[in-house]
Design a protein around this ligand. Structure first.
Ligand code: NAG
Ligand code: NAG
Ligand code: NAG
Ligand code: NAG
Length: 464
């Protein structure tokens, strides 16, 4: 039984503590403001948030909104269930209000219309009737000002165009930058020039020199990070604003020059080639002419020699018939059609007659051939006859004249200066010695051999 009162005391104690705790909790109503500052642009309507937590009705409470400057300004006062702004700071007149229908939810936020830059600062939301420790909160208001940048062309520099970006009416001080169409930041001509206008707003100006691009689109961007605002203006630079590049002209001129030079050199080359060809053709023609002339001369010489040889044979007919050996005749006759006829003739006289007939019928050519065989086989005889003729001539005409014309060709020159032999030459083989040779006919081995040699000789002669 004794334990009961003790437990009862304990029970009551716990209850009391609980109750007092709950009572204390309900009385601990706090004023709560926003975690972040309120950011606005000049001219905006804004709400400065403030509420009770837990959300008890504030309808019967007093709410004081004040501005915290060097001196505290009365911004808004709610008292005795109504707005009571008799002592309101003039600049807020007619611009403040509270949400009366929200008061029962503990929403004591202040609405401020048409904020100005001078509204920026700290605002205190104060509920003096609260019994708790936290009867007030502070709300930060940032008021900024922005404006659209304006871009203009400010001349040219080098091959580029200088652009100017102007943007005034900013608050707080913004940043400015230039970008190309791909969003790459361009190097500006310098840091932005800044100045503040009469309303303490910032005005910025920055130049950039841009080069020609695919799009020729450029952007000026002004931003203010504190008020989280950014303004951009795009600008298109017309192509013809860029200084006329003479590169194209220079390249064109260079190409033209190159073409002209090429054409000229090609012309010179062709002309040279042409004259070269012409010269070569002329030379060729000249050579041909010379060759032709030489051949003609040779032909003339041949004919002249032939005539001379034939004359020699004619002149010395009698002497030759007595002194020419049968070997020589044989050599000649082998190529003659009349060989067999002469061969069968019985007497030497007949043979010689027939032989001379053959010679005569053959004309100069045959006589000349014979002369050459004679020169080959019996040079001595020819020389002797030639010298005899000379002697006769020198006797009949003036001494030492016309010696060259009568001198027989090369072979005789070889033996020139030899002692002149008597006419007819002594030691010459007599005709009868040759007779058996001729009579033996072509079957004879010696004659066969001679025939072969003879043919070569005559062939050579006829080829001359
Ligand atoms: C306050 O509480 C009431 C109910 O207790 C609720 O309906 C209301 O939405 C609350 N208000 C706020 C601002 O939290
Ligand atoms: C207070 O009321 C206003 C107006 O209805 C509203 O915009 C604001 O969000 C409310 N504040 C809170 C903290 O509930
Ligand atoms: C705003 O400007 C600052 C400096 O002027 C710059 O550092 C920042 O990147 C800019 N922000 C934007 C989003 O352009
Ligand atoms: C423009 O071109 C010049 C050279 O032609 C160069 O030095 C300059 O950096 C360029 N400017 C830009 C913005 O690209």
């Amino acid at each position: 039984m004794k334990t009961f009162p003790t437990s009862a005391v304990w029970c009551f104690g716990i209850l009391f503590i609980s109750a007092s705790l709950i009572t204390t909790g309900s009385s601990e109503v706090q004023v709560v403001g926003p975690a972040d500052p309120v950011v606005a642009l000049a001219g905006d309507d804004i709400i400065l948030p403030c509420s009770l937590e837990p959300n008890v009705s504030a309808e019967d409470m007093a709410v004081e909104w004040t501005g915290l400057y060097l001196r505290t300004r009365n911004v808004h006062l709610y008292l005795d269930g109504r707005d009571s702004n008799e002592d309101q700071f003039p600049s807020y007149r007619g611009r403040t209000s509270m949400f009366h229908e929200e008061l029962k939810n503990g929403n004591v936020s202040l609405k401020l219309t048409r904020v100005t830059l001078s509204d920026a600062g700290s605002y205190r939301c104060f509920i003096p009737t609260l019994t708790s420790q936290v009867k007030e909160t502070t709300v930060q208001l940032f008021v900024g000002a922005v404006s659209q940048p304006v871009i203009s062309i400010d001349g040219t520099k080098g091959w580029g165009v200088v652009l100017k970006c102007d943007s005034g009416g900013w608050f707080p001080e913004p940043g400015m930058e230039w970008l190309d169409s791909s969003g790459t930041i361009l190097p500006a001509d310098g840091p932005p020039e800044k100045h503040r206008d009469s309303e303490d707003l910032y005005a910025l100006r920055q130049h950039v020199t841009v080069n020609k691009t695919d799009t020729n689109m450029f952007t000026c961007r002004v931003n203010q990070t504190e008020i989280n605002h950014l303004k951009e203006t795009e600008f298109h630079v017309p192509d013809d604003v860029f200084p006329k590049s003479h590169v194209g002209l220079i390249i064109g001129l260079s190409i033209l020059l190159a073409v002209v030079v090429l054409a000229a050199s090609a012309g010179v080359y062709k002309w040279r080639k042409y004259t070269e060809e012409q010269r070569e053709r002329l030379e060729e023609q000249e050579n041909e002419c010379r060759k032709l002339l030489e051949e003609q001369v040779k032909g003339f010489k041949l004919i002249r020699d032939m005539k001379r040889d034939a004359k020699f044979v004619n002149r010395n007919k009698v002497h030759l018939s007595q002194n020419v050996t049968m070997v020589t005749i044989a050599f000649y006759l082998i190529c003659s059609e009349r060989y067999s006829e002469i061969h069968v003739a019985r007497t030497r006289q007949d043979q010689m007659r027939l032989f001379y007939e053959a010679l005569d019928s053959g004309g100069k050519k045959v006589k000349s051939d014979f002369y050459r065989i004679l020169l080959d086989l019996e040079p001595d005889l020819v020389i002797d006859l030639g010298k005899a003729e000379e002697t006769i001539q020198s006797l009949s005409t003036s001494p030492g004249g016309q010696q060259e014309t009568q001198t027989p060709s090369q072979k005789s020159e070889r033996i020139e200066g030899m002692e002149m032999k008597s006419l007819p030459g002594p030691g010459r083989k007599s005709v009868p010695e040759m007779k058996p040779l001729l009579a033996a006919g072509p079957q004879n081995d010696d004659l066969d051999e001679m025939e072969r040699g003879g043919r070569v000789t005559t062939d050579n002669n006829s080829m001359l």
